[in-house]
Design a protein around this ligand. Structure first.
Ligand code: KIV
Ligand code: ZN
Length: 520
């Protein structure tokens, strides 16, 4: 057995007791654990773009990847190191020479090295004894330190490891001059209570800064990370959108906002960039965020119910714990069967439309009848209902969809023919595209031309239910000629129909805004 006989360095001894005025260190592992999410594969160029975004967001450290896995990975990590970002850049390595050498070859000066310490991993995966694991851990830390690296050591599956053995490993690597210790809850098995006691013991035994690395298999990743911080850990490994192996890691957005708002702890994250960063990662990695996800889900600041919208209009804090602007978002209200007069009035007033009490009652009734038939009402449809009831032709949807046809297939260029009616006149256009949606949206834009010169800024397709007959939700953002961005969403079983309807709604909103706010 390797004796942990080396004394602790002065640097290690000087580490202050964790106190709540210190900033919590955010170690982002979106580009390593996040990229290990099933189904994700991104190019080196995309990795670099994400690293730059993370740096802008203010994370303290970026785990840029696992250098040994491929040439592309190593190239991306090396390029990220060269960017001269403010964040520290780290690479993952097993406790073997080839991995640590691969990290050194990427010009990294910070390595995160790990070996499993639980009996199940040692017996059934590593096929190694406790003695061998302990020796390898110490060897790797020593080797990396001798190469001038900052070393963070992880005992993989720490929370299912035999506690005395885990302590022995952590003490041995700290004696080998590891700079930081990480506690991975590899299969998300720990409870907050267990994490607290583990962190207290490890901190007392080693005096080293401690990171938490929590997985979300039981939905406790954020709670466990916070329990660790409250017990004296100074850092958490987190990912954007909670990406990561299986159910993912602790989500950066949720962890940071809970720390700030519920525990009054400080950090370096620019929270107003959270939504934008989440979108960027979601679009780049191709993993959709569930609509009801805290902080960054589409519905996190959306309201339909009449009781809620009434409260929100009087004082947003009635039904929102934080202001959406704090995380770079805007609140939105939705028409529908739960919507009440206050919400509908607020939605109409957003367009400068002021119905009388009686008109409002009729508008609410009519949109509820439509919602009862299972129809999700778009804003331009709501305005159109208001137009009918208020006898205001300006509120009529200008663009009406008559019909469209799509031809697509493996040996055919997808082509769309769209027929619209604008102010009583019929227009037909055809376009080709990379797929049926692209072709249809281009054909609409061709007809819209100068009248509603819009550029698509964002298009998202989310599957709401499973199966090939899944209900899909299309969210679209268009920019008008003055740079205003308007968003629209539509759900339906046919993605092309939903996309066309969302696009029509977005264009109608642009035109309605122009008409309602123009002087004439
Ligand atoms: O979850 C885990 O145990 C890991 C290790 C590599 C730290 O990701
Ligand atoms: Zn992990």
């Amino acid at each position: 057995m390797v004796k942990s006989s080396r004394p602790q360095t002065q640097e290690q001894k000087k580490i202050p007791a964790n106190n709540s005025d210190e900033k919590v260190r955010i170690f982002d592992t979106t580009l390593r654990d996040g990229e290990q999410s099933p189904g994700i594969s991104i190019t080196p160029e995309q990795k670099i773009q994400i690293a730059i975004k993370l740096d802008e967001l203010g994370v303290d450290a970026i785990e840029a990847g696992f250098p040994i896995v491929s040439h592309g990975e190593a190239h991306a990590i090396k390029t990220i190191v060269k960017q001269g970002l403010r964040a520290e850049i780290c690479g993952l390595a097993r406790t073997v020479q080839s991995d640590i050498d691969a990290a050194i070859a990427c010009d990294l000066n910070y390595v995160h090295t790990f070996i499993a310490t639980s009996d199940i991993h040692m017996k059934d995966k590593l096929k190694m004894s406790r003695k061998q694991v302990l020796e390898k851990a110490v060897w790797a830390v020593d080797y990396a330190k001798k190469h001038g690296m900052q070393v963070e050591f992880s005992a993989e599956d720490a929370t299912r490891s035999d506690r005395p053995f885990l302590m022995q490993v952590f003490q041995a690597v700290s004696a080998a001059h590891a700079d930081r210790l990480d506690i991975p809850d590899t299969v998300g098995y720990a409870t907050p209570e267990y994490i607290s006691s583990l962190v207290r013991d490890i901190r007392a035994a080693t005096g080293l800064p401690i990171s938490m690395h929590c997985h979300d298999d039981f939905g406790l990743a954020v709670a466990n990370s916070i329990a660790g911080i409250n017990a004296g850990a100074s850092c958490a490994h987190v990912t954007i959108n909670g990406l990561g192996e299986r159910a993912g890691n602790a989500s950066l957005e949720e962890f940071v906002m809970a720390l700030q708002c519920l525990y009054r702890r400080k950090h370096n994250i620019k929270t107003t960039l959270l939504y934008e960063t989440s979108k960027f990662v979601s679009n780049t990695m191709g993993i959709v965020v569930q609509p009801n996800k805290a902080i960054i889900g589409e519905n996190a600041f959306g309201h339909e119910s009449g009781i809620h919208t009434h409260g929100i209009i009087n004082n947003p804090l009635t039904y929102e714990p934080i202001s959406p602007e704090l995380v770079g978002r805007k609140r939105w209200l939705q028409a529908g069967k739960h919507a009440g007069a206050h919400g509908i009035r607020a939605m109409l007033e957003d367009f400068g439309v002021k119905p009388t009490e009686e008109q409002l009652r009729l508008i609410v009734e009519k949109q509820k009848n439509l919602a009862d038939k299972g129809k999700a009402i778009t804003t331009s449809e709501l305005l159109s209902i208001a137009g009918e009831i208020m006898h205001n032709a300006k509120l009529e949807e200008k663009f009406k969809l008559y019909d469209f046809h799509i031809v697509t297939g493996m040996s055919i260029i997808p082509t769309a023919v769209v027929r619209l009616n604008i102010d009583g006149k019929d227009f037909i256009a055809s376009e080709i595209g990379v797929g049926p949606v692209d072709a249809a949206l281009k054909a609409i834009q061709k007809i819209a031309g100068e009248m509603a010169n819009v550029k698509i800024r964002e298009y998202r397709l989310d599957s709401i239910t499973g199966g090939s007959d899944a209900l899909a939700e299309v969210s679209i953002k268009v920019e008008d000629k003055t740079g205003n961005v308007v968003s629209a969403r539509k759900s339906g079983e046919d993605v092309v129909v939903a996309s066309v309807q969302a696009m029509m709604d977005a264009i109608n909103k642009v035109l309605l805004r122009e008409a309602l706010y123009s002087k004439s």
